[in-house]
Design a protein around this ligand. Structure first.
Ligand SMILES: Nc1ncnc2c1ncn2[C@@H]1O[C@H](COP(=O)(O)OP(=O)(O)OP(=O)(O)O)[C@@H](O)[C@H]1O
Length: 258
């Protein structure tokens, strides 16, 4: 579980995060949504202390990253998996080597143990058939799965993903969403995902945090988002005609069942 208390971040006096408080449960996929520029990436990077917050508290299962020494932060980082845009794979390493990389870097496992763990993870992300391929030889969706595999190989307690579906077709996006859900439930990770993908919102949004201009405008889940009364949220989520019609249909169905 990650608890965020009154998180603020400014850059040279410009307030980007203006005091956000929320809780992200473990074993759940938590989505952060909002217009471009609303502060989603700064929020994620502040939670990770990539950007040092201006003020506030961020508690990782009760441990406040704002109060931690450098060594304690280092220790915490070993419990965190990240999938960031531009967090490119190593082009000259095979799928298996990419996934094994964090084990080489951060563990003292034996060769055999690393091999076993890497194969377990490649099974989880459904890459068993591509272990010896180079990133250039596999599709964008498979590359995303390698990135997910690399992020989970150390059994992280916390998983952060920035736009995991960007650049993927709808089918492959669903595959990635299903995978994030499976991993989160199987390993009980606290998973936080920044997304623009409304399909993800409707399917894996076990918690949804909607940011607007650096503030929490609304929070709920995929069931409550459909019936939410917040005008800004509705305008944002239902800017697609298809979703707008779906919402109207559901609200009518609600009324006719009363
Ligand atoms: N390193 C930085 N220094 C100064 N300002 C920044 C920095 N990073 C982001 N900002 C500003 O913070 C605001 C929020 O940016 P952020 O990248 O978090 O938005 P976002 O919601 O993730 O957008 P998008 O959906 O387009 O990725 C923007 O106005 C941006 O210019």
């Amino acid at each position: 579980m990650i608890e965020v208390q009154d998180l603020k971040k400014e850059f040279d006096g410009t307030k980007v995060l203006k005091g956000i408080s929320t809780t992200f449960d473990s074993g759940k996929v938590n989505l952060v949504i909002g217009q471009s520029g609303s502060g989603k990436t700064v929020f994620l990077k502040s939670l990770l202390n990539v950007y040092e917050p201006t003020s506030g508290h961020i508690l990782f299962d009760g441990r406040d990253i704002m109060q931690m020494s450098r060594d304690e932060k280092q220790e915490l980082r070993s419990e965190i998996g990240t999938i960031f845009q531009g967090g490119a794979l190593f082009d000259s390493l095979t799928v298996e080597e990419n996934i094994t990389f964090p084990l080489d870097m951060f563990t003292n496992l034996t060769y055999r143990e690393k091999k076993r763990r890497a194969f377990e993870v490649m099974g989880s992300v459904k890459l068993d058939g591509a272990t010896k391929k180079l990133p250039a030889e596999i599709s964008g969706g498979m590359q995303k799965r390698v990135a997910i595999g690399r992020a989970i190989v150390n059994n992280p307690k916390y998983l952060f993903c920035d736009e995991p579906n960007s650049g993927l077709d709808p089918y492959t996006s669903n595959v990635i969403d299903d995978l994030l859900m499976e991993i989160t439930e199987q390993y009980k990770t606290t998973t936080i995902v920044n997304t623009h993908d409304m399909n993800s919102v409707m399917t894996i949004g076990q918690k949804i945090l909607y940011l607007k201009d650096g503030l929490k405008e609304w929070e709920g889940d995929k069931n409550t988002v459909m019936r939410a009364g917040n005008k800004n949220l509705i305008d944002f989520v239902y800017s697609s005609e298809l979703f707008k019609e779906l919402r109207e249909y559901l609200l009518k169905a609600d009324k006719s069942s009363i």
